[in-house]
Design a binder for this molecule. Sequence first.
Ligand code: ADP
Ligand code: GLC
Length: 482
Amino acid sequence: MKILFVASELYPLVKTGGLADVAGSLPKALRELDKDVRVLLPAYQDVKAQLPRARTVAELEVLGQPVRLLADHVPGTAIPLWLLDAPHWFDRPGNPYLAPDGNPWPDNDERFAALCWAGLQIALDRAGLGWRPDVVHGNDWQTGLIPALLSLEPQRPATVFTIHNLAYQGIFPAASLEKLRIPKALWHPEGLEFHHQISFIKGGIVYADRINTVSPTYAREIQTPRFGCGLEGVLKMRSERLSGILNGIDIDKWNPATDPWLPQPYDRDSLDDKGVNKRALQERFGLPQEPIIPLIAFIGRLVSQKGVDLILKALPGLLELPLQFVFLGSGDSDYEHGLLYWSRRHPDKVAVHIGYDETLSHQIEAGADLFLMPSRFEPCGLNQMYSQRYGTIPVVHRTGGLADTVEDALPDRLPRATGLGFDHTETGALQEAVKRGWLLYSQPDLWRTLQRNGMDKDFSWRRSAKEYCRLYLKAIADRRHA
Ligand code: ADP
Ligand code: GLC
C-alpha cells in the first residue's frame, strides 16, 4: 500500500503541538508494517536549515507561482520526505502559522492552499516523481482542501482526513476563492462554504472517503453541539465514515529507563529512583525538597482548551493543601501572567517556566507525582500518556482522549486504575480530584499499584498504525464503490 501523508508540522523538524508528534511517529510505524509511506511538509525556514542536503526533485506551478519540491528523509528514518519549497510563503522564521506579533500570517489561506494543490499534483503523479499513492492522508485544516480538490478528479486515489482539533478550522473570506483557484463546483453550503466563508476543514470532512479523529470519545463528542464547533451537523451526516483512532506515543523517546535527559532513569521496578528526579526538579525550581509533599505538574499550551482558567480558579483552594506545582507552557498572556502571579505569591509552592522546553518537559514528567490535564476538550492528548509511562498519575477531565486513556481510581476499580478523572469543568470538581490524588499519595502501596498499572500499558504506535491500515483499506474500498 502506498500512502502520501501530508501535514503542516512534524517532530523533530517543526512542532507547535501533538500533531507534530503524530506526524513524526505514525509514518514510522506504518513503515514498520511494510507500507510505502511518504510525507509532504512545507519547507519552512527552520526545516530547510535542518535539512541542508535536501535536493530539488521537481519544479511545479502552484497558484500561478513557481515552486520546487525538495527531497530528503524524515530524520532518523528511511521515509521519503518531500518539502514544498516556496520561499515567498514559507521562508519565514518561527511559528509555522503565526507572525511574530502572535497573529496568523495574513496569507495563511494561500500558504496552505498551496500545500494542498501541491499535494494534489503529487497524488495524481503530475509532479514527475514517478510515484502514485493509493491513499492520501491529510491532517487538520491545513490539508483540508486536498480531499475536496481531488474529489473532482476521476483518476484520484482514496482520501483519509484526520481531525486533530476541530477548534481550528481554517476559515477565510469568500473573496479569496479566486486567488486560491477553488473550483466553483466546491463552492456551496454542502461543500466548502461555511456561513458564506471558505472552510478548509470542511473540505476534509465533506469530501474525504474516510474521516477520523484521534480518539473514539472525541469522534462521538464532535457530533454534538457542545464539541462540534458548528460542524456537528455535517459530521453527523458523515458519521458512518467517521471513526476514532487513539494516538500512540513514541515509546523509545518517552522511556524513563533510557531517557537521556533524566538525572536518574528508572523503571517500574525501581520507582524509588523516581524520587531522585523529584528532588532535582524541586531544586531546579527552588521548591522545598520534601518527598512527602505531592508535586503536581502541568505542561502544555496555555490556552482555554487546556482548562488553564480552571486551574487558575482552583489554585487558591489547592494552595491550602500541602502541595507543590510546576507549570511549563506558553500561550495567552493573561494565563501566563496569572500563573506567574501565583508563583510570586507562593514561591515555595508554585513554580512556573514560561516557554517551550523539550528537555524540561521530560524532567517534569519524571519528577512529578501527579499531572494535571483539566482540558475542556481534548481530541487525544499526549501528556497523560507520557505521564502514565513515567509513573506520574494523571488528573484529567473525562473528555475525548483523556476519557479513553486514563482509568479512574474509583474505589471499585483500584486494581486497574491509572489516574483520576472528573466530569464537570468546574473548579470544585478539579479540586476534588486533586484531593483524591493527594489522599492516594499518602497510601504508598496503592500509589505504587496505580503507577505500575500506567507503566504497564501499551501506548505504542504499532497498535494505532494497524488501525490506520484498516482505515486506509476501507477508504480504498469506498473509493472503488463510489
Ligand atoms: P496539543 O496538540 O493540543 O497541544 P497534545 O497533548 O496532543 O496537545 O500535545 C502537546 C505536545 O506538545 C506534547 O508533546 C507536549 O509535551 C508538548 N508541549 C506542549 N507545550 C510544551 C512546552 N511548553 N514545552 C515542551 N513541550 C510542550
Ligand atoms: C491536537 C489535539 C490533541 C491531540 C493532538 C495530536 O493538537 O489538541 O488532543 O493529541 O492534536 O493528535
